[in-house]
Design a protein around this ligand. Structure first.
Ligand code: HPA
Length: 273
């Protein structure tokens, strides 16, 4: 067996030795979006530091725990805090927890993130469902020897974000009066926010938002056959030309303000998958 599969199995076995419930829905909470964890009836919480082979998150606003419990009556596994490429992890480390979720039996992955808007019709605090993504400004996590036990060498990416889940989420948003966009997320490495010219570039290539996460996780999840749904919270507008200083604090604050909408969306969607 490959080293990766051995590690994945050791991690999964460790978690299963601690946790006696199973779930089909996995959730990854983005920057400043950790409060969804507070409405979860937590049965088990395992700090990342205790999980074999898990990297440890270093960013402010990231809790760093794997939670098992119920969200609105649905069993879920939640990553409260994720791993980013800009923290110095290899892409394979960034997506390691996603693959662990797969081995734990997760079939549907719900991802959230904070992102900078480049679509002029968007404003701070808006939600955007990812309809598609552009991964070319970051590193593909499937580079290197393919792990056949997980998926194929050349995975199809014609529908990275499951259309059935998008339709359900749109219906939930409509029923609850939540205004929501659908658009394209472009992944960059970070950790710098973009320059004016870079925001213009990502807009020109067809993006609606830009962010430093999510896409590597989506690619790994699609590779191993999971259904993916992802939402961005627009935490800043990258295309403002003047006085456009963006701070991490501003991003966290905007994310916090949008959290109730996101929590509702994920709670209702988890019931329907
Ligand atoms: N750019 C990249 N990543 C981000 C941004 C941004 O403007 N806002 C939040 N995450």
């Amino acid at each position: 067996m490959s080293e990766l599969m051995t590690q994945l199995q050791e991690t999964t076995a460790y978690i299963q030795s601690k946790v006696k419930t199973t779930a089909k829905v996995g959730i990854v909470l983005g920057s400043g979006l950790g409060n969804l964890a507070e409405v979860i009836k937590v049965e088990y919480a395992i700090p990342y530091t205790e999980i074999p082979h898990f990297p440890v998150s270093t960013v402010k606003g990231h809790g760093g725990k794997l939670l098992f419990g119920e969200l609105g009556g649905t069993k879920v596994v939640v990553m409260s805090g994720r791993f980013h490429f800009y923290e110095g992890y290899e892409p394979a480390q960034v997506v390691f927890p996603v693959r662990v979720m797969k081995l734990l039996g997760i079939e549907t992955l719900l991802l959230s993130n904070a992102a900078g808007g480049v679509n002029p019709n968007y404003k701070v605090g808006d939600l955007m469902i990812l309809k598609d993504h552009i991964s070319f400004f970051t590193i593909n996590p499937l580079m290197g020897k393919n792990e056949e036990a997980l998926g194929t060498r050349f995975p199809d990416m014609s529908e990275p974000y499951n259309q059935g889940l998008i339709d359900k989420a749109m219906a939930i948003a409509k029923a609850n009066d939540i205004q929501i966009h659908q658009g394209v997320y472009t992944a960059v490495t970070g950790p710098t926010f973009e320059t004016h010219a870079e925001y213009r570039l990502v807009k020109i290539v067809g993006s609606d938002v830009v962010g430093m996460s999510t896409v590597q996780e989506t690619i790994a999840a699609v590779h191993c056959g999971m259904k993916v749904f992802a939402v961005s919270v627009v935490t800043d507008m990258g295309i403002r030309e003047e006085n456009n200083v963006i701070t991490h604090e501003e991003v966290l604050q905007a994310a916090k303000a949008a959290e109730p909408k996101l929590t509702l969306l994920f709670t209702e969607l988890a019931k329907l998958v």
